[in-house]
Ligand binder design. Structure first.
Ligand SMILES: *[C@@H]1O[C@H](CO)[C@@H](O)[C@H](O)[C@H]1NC(C)=O
Ligand SMILES: *[C@@H]1O[C@H](CO)[C@@H](O)[C@H](O)[C@H]1NC(C)=O
Ligand SMILES: *[C@@H]1O[C@H](CO)[C@@H](O)[C@H](O)[C@H]1NC(C)=O
Ligand SMILES: *[C@@H]1O[C@H](CO)[C@@H](O)[C@H](O)[C@H]1NC(C)=O
Ligand SMILES: *[C@@H]1O[C@H](CO)[C@@H](O)[C@H](O)[C@H]1NC(C)=O
Ligand SMILES: *[C@@H]1O[C@H](CO)[C@@H](O)[C@H](O)[C@H]1NC(C)=O
Ligand SMILES: *[C@@H]1O[C@H](CO)[C@@H](O)[C@H](O)[C@H]1NC(C)=O
Ligand SMILES: *[C@@H]1O[C@H](CO)[C@@H](O)[C@H](O)[C@H]1NC(C)=O
Length: 452
């Protein structure tokens, strides 16, 4: 009931704020319960293929649970590109802070969407704010970051970076979705009235770290021209096997199975291959991952060996077609045009980057991360890498939150000095200290406190 009223109020504010006739934009009322697969808002308009990446086609104000810290929130539908090179559209939720920093500071927040189902993407979760299946899993994971970003006076963009095919873990797709999500923010004056002198940063944890890290390494190609000054992400998946092995047969099996399904969503060739190699139980699991959100999918796959869904077991992922995509999935490897026609990458991050990871992470394997960081540093990257033992994946997400926001803040305010790689054991700003609370603001802190 709150939704239509608030949406209306926002629509009025927005209509008076900015002339819409200049762009191809239609303002529509938010449908609160229609999932994306059935909601015409998510459908590409005629002629979208001719648009520039990041062009906004449609927009509508939305009510989300974070509006107390925002002056406005909109969903936008924007132009992006599929991993396989074709034109596409995807959506983002864009927030304006109550007291914007000037010149503008923008955080692209990649949510841990972690789903191969179209109806479990983050814009839909945010829009429903408590009423949908998609919600439970994602909302708590993005809440702290949305509050913290807005508190700091930053504009916050939360894209459906998996694109229209729910290509979870398809790094190329996620990169394009994140990068064009930033462009959509820059192209949407209802939220961001003036872009002059803007700076942007990337942030995400877990599945969101995956998307951020991939976007980071495509910034100088697909993201050329954007002023992204730093990135911060943690619990980052850097290869497939170590995390698949960790999750196979465990309570978190659904996450890895969702990832394999998301890859098949991105690459028809891989989908065909899987269809040939799966036992009937695997075919059923693929279908489940495409149609259920994580709250429903988790019990279906609980403790199951997804390797046993394949005729040739774990080895299947090393067979020609699958190997092509598991190799492509190695973060930091150069990506060539034959496998990524829209843009290539040298695999190196070229902006100052903060990474953090619990050495005892139970969901995203820590094992391959130090070697990834070293390889990046050897190739000229500037990475601050903080790690510590003793935290599980969920807890580690908040342990380094103040370090994240201090890092990004210093990148915005020009005081960040990272002349070389720096690998540090520990956490600089301890959770619960006044410095920690000051770094993220009271709304974010209340959420963390409430969960402890
Ligand atoms: C913009 O709108 C015009 C008129 O409706 C249409 O001809 C054109 O194709 C649209 N462009 C895009 C990129 O949607
Ligand atoms: C699920 O697997 C974990 C090990 O990954 C094991 O400790 C636990 O007992 C299993 N639970 C059930 C109900 O089988
Ligand atoms: C949403 O929840 C309902 C009821 O639990 C279930 O039937 C449906 O399949 C779920 N949808 C998704 C996309 O998970
Ligand atoms: C899937 O089916 C195959 C072949 O029947 C079987 O060997 C395997 O154990 C099954 N996997 C699960 C998790 O039930
Ligand atoms: C995949 O193949 C490579 C060599 O081609 C080998 O080193 C690796 O152990 C194999 N992995 C699996 C899971 O079979
Ligand atoms: C993570 O650790 C916290 C604190 O020790 C605990 O409360 C929580 O249940 C753990 N979560 C998982 C998924 O293991
Ligand atoms: C820049 O941000 C850092 C991190 O929050 C802070 O410690 C520092 O005081 C800020 N400096 C200026 C000049 O605003
Ligand atoms: C490395 O990072 C830590 C934590 O941010 C910091 O305390 C330390 O001064 C840095 N070391 C160097 C050499 O920059």
């Amino acid at each position: 009931m709150r939704t239509p009223l608030l949406a209306l109020a926002l629509a009025v504010t927005a209509a008076s704020a900015s002339p819409l006739s200049k762009r191809n934009l239609s303002l529509q009322p938010a449908g609160t319960t229609t999932p994306p697969s059935q909601d015409p808002f998510y459908q590409a308009p005629n002629g979208f293929q001719r648009a520039d990446n990041g062009q906004v086609f449609k927009a509508r104000p939305v009510w989300t649970p974070f509006d107390s810290e925002a002056s406005a929130a909109y969903q936008v539908l924007y132009k992006t590109t599929l991993a396989t090179g074709e034109d596409a559209v995807t959506a983002a939720t864009l927030y304006a802070p109550l007291k914007p920093a000037s010149p503008p500071r923008i955080m692209v927040l990649a949510a841990p969407i972690d789903s191969a189902c179209r109806d479990c993407e983050v814009t839909y979760a945010l829009q429903n704010g408590g009423g949908s299946n998609a919600t439970d899993f994602i909302l708590s994971a993005v809440a702290i970051d949305i509050f913290a970003g807005l508190y700091k006076g930053w504009y916050v963009a939360v894209p459906d970076h998996e694109g229209p095919k729910a290509a979870y873990i398809a790094g190329v797709q996620e990169a394009f979705g994140v990068i064009d999500g930033l462009r959509a923010m820059l192209n949407f004056p209802n939220i961001l009235p003036k872009t002059d002198g803007y700076k942007a940063v990337l942030h995400g944890y877990s599945g969101g770290a995956h998307a951020s890290a991939w976007a980071n390494q495509f910034l100088s190609t697909y993201g050329k021209g954007l002023n992204v000054v730093a990135a911060a992400y943690g619990g980052t998946p850097v290869d497939s096997f170590s995390t698949l092995d960790l999750l196979n047969g465990s309570p978190g099996a659904y996450l890895a199975w969702g990832a394999l399904t998301g890859l098949a969503n991105a690459y028809p060739e891989l989908d065909d291959f899987f269809k040939r190699e799966l036992f009937p139980n695997g075919t059923a699991a693929l279908k489940a991952a495409r149609s259920l959100c994580n709250t429903q999918l988790a019990p279906v796959l609980y403790n199951q060996s997804f390797y046993s869904f394949f005729r040739y077991g774990r080895q299947t992922l090393n067979m020609s077609t699958a190997a092509k995509y598991t190799n492509l999935g190695l973060l930091g490897n150069p990506v060539k045009q034959d496998i990524s026609p829209a843009a290539t990458t040298d695999g190196v991050v070229h902006i100052p980057t903060f990474m953090y990871h619990s050495i005892t992470d139970n969901i995203v394997s820590y094992k391959p991360v130090p070697a990834y960081v070293k390889s990046q540093c050897d190739r000229g990257a500037k990475i601050l890498f903080e790690s510590a033992p003793g935290f599980n994946h969920t807890v580690a997400a908040v342990v380094w939150t103040a370090d994240t926001y201090n890092y990004l803040e210093s990148a915005f305010n020009g005081t960040l000095k990272l002349d070389q790689c720096n690998q540090t054991l520990g956490v600089s700003t301890q959770p619960g200290t006044p410095e920690y609370i000051a770094a993220i603001g009271p709304s974010a802190w209340n959420l963390i406190k409430g969960a402890m």
